[in-house]
Design a binder for this molecule. Structure first.
Ligand code: NAD
Length: 263
């Protein structure tokens, strides 16, 4: 299926690894011109070079830390400078650390909300006016299954992403008649460095080998395995497509059946 994205411009966060990278790859394969961002460094440059050579498309790199209050205006300005305009915005960056929910602190909340809610909301807010003027835009946020079913050791994530989801649901209605859609995807457990580090942290916390932690975790997933990043990236690309123009304000799980809740 041709997703109608050829020649569109896309700004993708957290694209040096995992789910952001897989989303960038799908969009590049559909012919988007890309700006990808993360905290910078070799991994990001490597992904850009790889996408340029495999898909013969333009891929620019922007370095910024999503936990920095100045990140959103910097990323928006840099993206507009290299792309000219932004049609597709994929909101994504790293996740906060696991923590005992009864032992959180102010610094942790400030960082988590900046990373997971304030920076993405500000970035979307800066880029929405151009999308509305052109009467076409797609915003997709990579959230978490924790938005629907809180994950015990990830309270910063559960709460920060829920704030972003609430903004998305509200804003989606405000911009729907301008041809702009806003949707979220909810990964369950997809095999990336983030899941590896969470399994490692749990193994250290409970004093068990990581293999055991991993097999217990997999046993809780009806599909009986962790997901592959491209299985989420393909949904992100679809939500950005021409065909998905009537889908907005939705949150779709990609979780192998992990979330045991309606709908
Ligand atoms: P990952 O570690 O593979 O990739 C994270 C990406 O974000 C990398 O490009 C990294 O450089 C970038 N990044 C990290 N901190 C950043 C910061 N402060 N500013 C800018 N960029 C930053 O992880 P992933 O699995 O691809 O996860 C992507 C997002 O999805 C994370 O927020 C993660 O918590 C969330 N998530 C992942 C899963 C999963 O199953 N993998 C499940 C639920 C939620």
């Amino acid at each position: 299926m041709d997703l109608g994205l050829n020649g569109r411009t896309a700004l993708v966060g957290g694209a040096s690894s995992g789910l952001g990278r897989a989303s960038a790859e799908w969009l590049a394969s559909e012919g988007c011109r890309l700006a990808i961002w993360a905290r910078g460094g070799e991994a990001l440059e490597r992904v850009a070079a790889d996408l340029r050579s495999r898909y013969e498309t333009e891929v620019s790199v922007i370095a910024a830390d999503a936990a920095d209050p100045e990140a959103a205006p910097r990323v928006a300005e840099a993206a507009l400078a290299v792309l000219g305009w932004v049609d597709v915005l994929v909101l994504n960056a790293g996740g906060p650390p696991p923590v005992d929910p009864t032992a959180t602190d102010r610094a942790g909340w400030n960082r988590a909300f900046q990373l997971l809610a304030i920076t993405p909301i500000e970035l979307a807010t800066l880029l929405l006016p151009g999308m509305r003027e052109r009467r076409w835009g797609r915003i997709v946020a990579i959230l978490s299954s924790g938005v629907r079913q809180p994950i015990p050791e990830l309270v910063y994530s559960n709460a920060g992403r829920s704030a972003l989801a609430a903004w998305m649901k509200t804003a989606a209605r405000a911009v729907a008649s301008d041809g702009v859609t806003i949707n979220g995807v909810l990964p369950g457990r997809i095999q990336t460095p983030r899941i590896e580090s969470l399994d490692q942290a749990r193994a250290e916390r409970v004093g068990e080998p990581i293999e055991r932690i991993r097999s217990e975790s997999i046993a809780s997933i009806p599909a009986g395995r962790y997901g592959r990043p491209e299985e989420l990236g393909s949904l992100v690309a679809y939500l950005c497509s021409e065909q998905a123009g009537y889908q907005t304000g939705t949150f779709t799980a990609v979780d192998g059946g992990l979330i045991n809740a309606l709908p």
